[in-house]
Design a protein. Structure first.
Length: 258
């Protein structure tokens, strides 16, 4: 692991959860929460929430102990932004603007096999679960994003978002495949001692954690990671303004023991 990553004590330790203090290139620091799920022993699924609610609230209500925020959504009604499929069925959502809807990264789960790839890597109507978010952060063990580049059109298509998610440091969330392990990652930010990360800094951190494939999920005040039934990161909507429990979200990725 990179010498710029140091473990941080967790008040409720779990064997599959780590909280790390990461020092960035300019000396700024931020906390990264990493939940590691062994794929051979974990059922991964995409959930389209019946109504927007904070991830921790949804988890408590539905008995889900392990989950991370999913894709983006459209305000104010919370309709998912990007393609969502569960059990092979396309769920109600707002498509990404063309031509980016055919390129932006997806998590796909079919009969226990989890893949992270551009939308073009999958058929038109894939079986199983699919969640489109992005951008792709790591591909085949190398960074898929670089500062100043916009391969999936998040800067060019920022009108569909509250802001340009590719510009600057923010709280972030991501999912990554690292060998036989799936990593669910949340990055704190928007505080004097929590810098957040740019997309390329997040990609570099995921590579340090062993990621071979990875994609970005919804971030900012929506970045939420529930592990062991508890919200493990501290969502903030604005600088130094904590959102108790996190912002209501519309989709999630849930993990359960087989």
């Amino acid at each position: 692991m990179s010498p710029l990553i140091a473990p941080r004590a967790d008040p409720v330790p779990l064997s599959h959860l780590r909280s790390l203090r990461v020092t960035l290139a300019d000396g700024a620091r931020t906390t990264v929460h990493v939940a590691a799920h062994e794929l051979a022993a974990t059922r991964v699924r995409v959930a389209r929430l019946t109504r927007p609610e904070p991830l921790a609230t949804w988890c408590a209500r539905t008995g889900v102990a392990e989950a991370i925020v999913g894709g983006f959504f459209v305000r104010p009604h919370g309709r998912p932004l990007g393609e969502v499929r569960t059990h092979g069925i396309a769920r109600e959502s707002t498509a990404f603007a063309a031509p980016w809807h055919k390129q932006r990264a997806c998590l796909h789960v079919d009969r226990g096999v989890v893949s992270i790839a551009p939308r073009s890597a999958f058929c038109t109507a894939p079986r199983g679960d699919l969640l489109q978010a992005g951008p792709l952060l790591v591909r085949d063990g190398a960074a898929a994003v670089q500062a100043g580049e916009d391969p999936e059109g998040f800067s060019a298509g920022h009108a569909q978002f509250d802001s340009d998610i590719s510009d600057g440091r923010y709280p972030r969330a991501a999912v990554a495949l690292a060998g036989g392990t799936l990593l669910a990652v949340a990055v704190d930010g928007r505080a004097h001692d929590e810098a957040g990360m740019t997309l390329d800094e997040l990609a570099a951190t995921l590579l340090d954690l062993g990621a071979e494939q990875a994609m970005n999920l919804d971030g900012g005040g929506s970045a939420s990671l529930v592990c062991g039934g508890l919200l493990r990161n501290l969502p903030r909507g604005q600088q130094d303004v904590v959102i108790p429990g996190g912002r209501p979200i519309s989709t999630a990725i849930a993990f359960a023991r087989r």
